[in-house]
Design a protein around this ligand. Structure first.
Ligand code: ADP
Length: 632
């Protein structure tokens, strides 16, 4: 019998489990029960839809056996079971091992890392309490059963067995007790009872166990005798079928963690019932942390779908719009056909009606959270805000109206999050636009020369810290009839009528000098002009309408980008002493003007964080200017 090796990450994970000092080892039982319950769901579904396989008439249930003599704990289900191939794929490799992020986390992990909390590890968590695991299983469609055995890191074997009924029997050989850890506890009736109540009470199939019962002695009324009896340990009512008022927050949380493989309580629970043309119950959750692969293609969004309490499918993504894909949970409707397939979900009238109503519910739950639980909402936004922004600019902005009041930006007012409504409600009467500035940090944006001018005017500026924010603004164009305006782009229109007039006169008086400067710079700029957005700094590069400087930076990272560039404008501050220097050079020394112009242009690029063409040449020019100034 040849031993097979685990895939590298699985091996590493296993070793972490085996050596884990995680204090919450008991969750292994929840994981195994939850797998058993899923397997029973699948079998139930097959029995209702695929009549050839209904011959298997075992009751759908989970049985727990405790064998104190051999220190074995057994969890058995009469579910769908696994084929040899499934054993290999499901237990030889861990599902998450494909993702790059998981690999990276595993590489760094040691026994102290909360890999369990970060990723959830399912079946393998049993290695926290067992040093050998045996899985005897037979798939309902398979002729033969198979047995998988592993004692941890040195690999596993798969052999045929004699099992005749479908399902899985998982035997854990518990680890020897140590000073810190009493693994024998898991063989105690009261411990198992407590764990089932705590984590698996709502499992919809009976979880049975042999328990000791004291009954009156039939031969002597004053005495009792102990007998053994099979008892169902769980209440079996699906949580979502219970009255909302009777459910405690902890119950919602435990159910979520058990069912949706999270180790943390959810940020938000949405549970409701709809009666009408389509009736359904939904129990939805928003996680309190971004799932590790949320922004990767292997993340599978969607809700579980039930019909009259019968599980139909997992990850039904047509039930929830993509921009709310962070929502997990389940939907149970009496009006759905059991045979509905994944492919036709989207065309099904009932499903579409349910999806529409779920969207409305989620939307109002988010609005409500934003209004009444601001702090929680901001945390939510840190986790999933990017996804809402995607939602705004995807599909040509089709959903922008729906989502625009759910997004937040940090702003110059208090470095705190604001909504667009808060921004426009408090903006100055004469303010014409919603101003934003792009950068990688608040500090960087605050150094932008234009910020000083806007601060002087007491105009609030939104910090666009994500490179995608500008796409959001460009697809929205405006909010509450106010256009979005990048502070480093186009005409900011900040001047009063008098100031405008003064600027026009200045431009007119200096127009020859400005065009000489433009001449000197050639195609590098579209125009050299007088600025009204600076108060302390000498020059700035801004972009014309169209592609902004930040978009140019962003696009330049894309290898397929064919040199899309912003059309640049060099603006000069007429109030800065350097302006006078330029005027003098224009009248007396055209060569000096050229030199100054080139240096100022490079400086302006540097200020905006853009690369300059020839840094060595720039450095030489600055040094030359110093020498000339000293020799004067
Ligand atoms: P997860 O349950 O999160 O997918 P697990 O590591 O717990 O991850 O299980 C891996 C897979 O092994 C499951 O998705 C399922 O396909 C299969 N599996 C585990 N336990 C059972 C079981 N008792 N019956 C049938 N299949 C099972």
């Amino acid at each position: 019998m040849t031993k097979k090796q685990f895939k590298a990450e699985s091996k590493r994970l296993l070793s972490l489990m085996i050596n884990s000092i995680y204090t919450n080892k008991e969750i292994f039982l929840r994981e195994l029960i939850s797998n058993a319950s899923d397997a029973l769901d699948k079998k139930h579904y097959v029995s209702l839809t695929d009549h050839e396989h209904t011959s298997d008439d075992q009751p759908l249930k989970i049985t727990i056996e405790r064998h104190k003599d051999t220190r074995q704990l057994v969890i058995e289900d009469t579910g769908i079971g696994m084929t040899a191939e499934e054993l290999e794929n499901n237990l030889g490799t861990i599902a998450k091992s494909g993702s790059a992020e998981f690999k990276a986390a595993m590489d760094k992990a040691d026994e102290n890392t909360d890999i369990i909390g970060q990723f959830g590890v399912g079946f393998y968590s049993a290695f926290m309490v067992a040093d050998k695991i045996t899985v005897e299983t037979k798939n309902i469609h398979d002729e033969k059963g198979h047995t998988w055995v592993s004692s941890g890191e040195d690999g596993y074997t798969i052999t045929e067995n004699e099992k005749t009924t479908s399902g899985s029997r998982i035997t854990l050989d518990l680890k020897a007790d140590t000073d810190d850890e009493n693994y024998s506890d898991y063989l105690e009736e009261y411990v198992i009872r407590r764990l089932i109540k705590k984590y698996s009470d709502y499992v919809r199939y009976p979880i049975e166990m042999e328990v000791e019962k004291s009954i009156p002695d039939p031969t002597d009324k004053d005495k009792t005798i102990t007998t053994n009896e099979i008892e169902t340990l769980n209440s079996m009512t699906p949580l979502w079928k219970k009255a909302k008022s009777s459910i405690k927050p902890e119950e919602y949380n435990e159910f979520y963690k058990a069912k949706f493989s999270d180790w943390e309580d959810p940020a938000k629970v949405i549970h409701y019932n709809v009666e009408g043309t389509v009736s359904y119950t939904a129990l939805l959750y928003i996680p309190s942390k971004t799932p590790y692969n949320f922004y990767y293609s292997d993340f599978e969004p969607g809700l579980e779908l039930y019909s009259k309490g019968v599980f139909i499918m997992d990850k039904a993504k047509d039930l929830i719009p993509d921009y709310y894909r962070f929502v997990t949970g389940l939907v149970d409707s009496d009006d759905l056909n059991l045979n509905i397939s994944r492919e036709i979900l989207q065309q099904d009238r009932q499903v579409r009606a349910i999806a529409k109503s779920i969207e409305t519910k989620v939307h109002s739950a988010l609005e409500d959270m934003l209004k009444n639980e601001r702090e929680d909402y901001e945390k939510f936004f840190d986790n999933f805000g990017l996804n809402l922004k995607y939602g705004i600019y995807k599909d040509y902005g089709m959903n922008k109206e729906k989502l625009q009041d759910l997004i937040l930006f940090k702003s110059s007012k208090e470095d705190k999050y604001v909504t667009l409504k808060e921004y426009t409600d408090r903006m100055k009467d004469e303010q014409k636009a919603i101003y934003y500035a792009c950068g990688t940090s608040i500090e960087e944006i605050n150094r932008n020369p234009v910020m000083a001018k806007l601060r002087e005017k007491d105009y609030e500026v939104l910090y666009f810290l994500d490179e995608r924010d500008e796409f959001v603004a460009s697809i929205m164009q405006n909010y509450a009839e106010k256009p979005f305006q990048n502070i480093s782009k186009g005409d900011l229109d900040l001047d009063s009528e008098e100031e405008k007039k003064a600027k026009e006169e200045k431009t007119e008086a200096n127009k020859d000098m400005l065009s000489a400067m433009k001449e000197d710079l050639g195609d590098k700029v579209k125009e050299v002009r007088i600025s009204s957005r600076l108060n302390e700094d000498p020059v700035i590069i801004v972009s014309d309408e169209g592609v902004s400087l930040e978009m140019e930076k962003y696009l330049s990272q894309d290898p397929n980008n064919r040199g899309i560039k912003a059309s640049k404008i060099l603006e000069i501050n007429p109030e800065h002493p350097v302006f006078k220097v330029l005027q003098d050079a224009y009248t007396n020394d055209k060569d000096a003007l050229k030199e100054y112009t080139e240096v100022l242009y490079d400086q302006a690029l540097l200020v905006q964080g853009l690369p300059i063409e020839d840094p060595a040449l720039y450095a030489r020019k600055v040094a030359d200017l110093m020498v000339k100034a000293a020799n004067k």
